[in-house]
Design a protein around this ligand. Structure first.
Ligand code: MG
Length: 316
């Protein structure tokens, strides 16, 4: 999670010297930032957690709590809040090696020395804010990449890769907790005929609608609906026994009837239908996820053989 940054950026100034605070405020306001002030370290922590500034300028020497301790405390607070690492610019009176070392080891991102060289200070603040912005852009690009890599481009449900990964993950988790894991495999009946009758664009729309139905049926956050391939979909249901999984299959059937997609080419009715195979097991080292998939596949095959538009169950 990232803190929502302010626009214009919010600068927190912590300094016990009122004259310095006024000068810092002027410089920051000239650069178009919003400014809030703290008079010592403790006050700085309180303002920080209340206002979540985008950058903090901290005087190294303050009563009650010095700037170094303040830096450390802010970082602790951010770990707790899963914050992003707000840049902390330390303002030290000395630029001796020890003070500089102490500033960085306390977690300061950068430092300037007193008397303040204003152009330097302003450039450093600007630079730190830029870095934060770039980091946030990078993070959101990463999230988008991850979403693209794990979802099916057409239907927006999970893709096959995500399905495999999640099945293994939940297999391990259910094995550890000795809980049931269920799988529903779904196949659209006479989909090839559907495409031939209505064209591929309609066929794509149909896949999207079915995916939506399945995604809704995968109600809990731990359930996962995925496009398994072509017109085949699958739903992973952790901590769900066969009975629970058949209820999900029944819900899918009902929901599909309700949205009522015409399928004039179907050999078993007027509307689009699904065949489903439901399988459930309690994972153990003796079996593997592939066996659950073949059990669900076998049940799906039975559903097809028995006339489609139905679900069958199989327990490996
Ligand atoms: Mg001071």
């Amino acid at each position: 999670m990232t803190f929502s940054s302010h626009n214009p950026p919010l600068v927190l100034i912590a300094d016990d010297d009122k004259v310095v605070r006024v000068c810092l405020r002027q410089a920051m306001e000239q650069d178009g930032y919003q400014v809030i002030e703290a008079v010592d370290g403790e006050n700085c922590l309180a303002m920080f957690s209340k206002m979540q500034p985008d950058v903090v300028l901290i005087d190294a020497v303050m009563p009650h709590m010095d700037g170094f301790t303040c830096c450390q405390q802010i970082q602790k607070m951010e770990q707790h809040l899963e914050g992003n690492g707000t840049p902390l610019l330390m303002i030290t009176s000395l630029d001796d090696e020890e003070s500089v070392q102490q500033a960085f080891s306390s977690g300061a991102s950068d430092f300037v020395t007193k008397p303040i060289h204003w152009a330097v200070l302003r450039q450093r603040v600007k630079h730190l804010l830029n870095q934060v912005r770039l980091y946030e852009q990078l993070q959101s690009a990463n999230q988008e990449l991850k979403r693209l890599a794990t979802s099916d481009g057409l239907t927006q449900v999970a893709n096959r890769r995500r399905f495999d990964e999640y099945l293994q993950q939940e297999w391990n988790r259910m094995q550890r907790d000795r809980l049931s894991l269920s799988l529903v495999m779904c196949d659209i009946d006479f989909f090839k005929v559907y495409n031939d009758t209505y064209g591929h664009q309609e066929g794509d729309d149909c896949l999207k609608k079915v995916a939506k139905v399945l995604d809704r049926a995968a109600k809990r956050s731990i359930d996962l609906a995925a496009r398994y391939g072509g017109e085949e979909f699958a739903i992973i249901l952790p901590n769900t026994d066969l009975q629970g999984a058949t209820r999900v299959a029944k819900n899918i059937q009902d929901a599909l009837r309700e949205i009522d997609i015409p399928h004039s080419g179907s050999k078993i009715g007027e509307n689009l239908t699904l065949s489903m195979g439901v399988a459930s097991t309690t994972p153990s080292p003796m079996i593997n996820p592939e066996m659950l998939i073949s059990a669900a596949d076998r049940a799906l095959y039975q559903a097809k053989e028995a006339g489609r538009d139905r679900f069958c169950t199989f327990t490996p």
